[in-house]
Design a protein around this ligand. Sequence first.
Ligand code: ZN
Length: 328
Amino acid sequence: MTASANDRTVQMKSTGRFTSRLRKLTHYSHDKCSKCGSQLPTNMAAFAGYQADGSEIYVGACCQVLLSELASHIYWWWESYKRPEPDTILWRYMDFAKFVAMLKDRALWFSRLDSLGDPFEGARGLLARESEWKEHCLEYFREAIRSVPGSPSGALLRDIEADAERLYRDMQFALRREVRETYASCWHANSGESEGLWRLYAPANSAGVAITTRFDRLDQGLGEQYEVNFGHVRYIDFNTRFAGTYDRVFWKRSSLSHEQEVRGVIKGGAKSEDIKGISVRLDLSCIDRVVISPYSPPWFEDVLRTTMKSFELTAPVSPSDILSQPFF
Ligand SMILES: [Zn+2]
């Protein structure tokens, strides 16, 4: 590639238009050019967009001449920590009622972030450290106001303070609203079972199951009705960190790290305050296996099999590994 070729693409105006196919292509190609397979360098942007025939491409400088519409520059390493590998095994533990609802609707339920039960969902940090966070933001805003091009150098201090406070309030309002407009479906990334999650989601003498799938199959199974972004949750010590503006929906307290969560996130899917979740069509064939809770009553397996048959779910059913017998 040549510097001038790169300059041309840098100068192409990005349209910001992302089809969900382009979003997925960008995700799966990640650090590879989708046209020639070259490893993309970490020190410069890649390009997501469309060829003249409308097909989606995600390319480096190697193949940028093929772009006829630039959707956006992509700095792929920003997200490299949270991207699930296509073959990541995912589990979802649930009680029987939720399982039946999923089969009946042929849909996966995405809960509104503030109804997931963790008060830290979408939080920036600890309340005890809010003043520290606020001061950091105010300083940033003061500097931005002071350095507006062409503004008189003697801007009144009290005007700067008032404007900075207003910008902070507006930002906080927008951040809280975003939590109420974000939806998540939570999965557990693990090659095997988790006794702790069985106890949590299918406690003793209740009927419960876990379904398993692979990340790429789940992602494809959700179709293109909504733009769903998947990522590994990061477990953070909020005593020492503040969550990032864009990443905070993927950050949780380190005390929850046993969840090993991968979540799918939908932003701005529904605007009404009354809506507690979104039902997203799911191709049930992406379910690889249904595992029966080790704490289920003995009659449950028969009911489960009958229910699956009536909703035409053909995935194999297996007992929990936790019931395996030891020898000495
Ligand atoms: Zn290439």
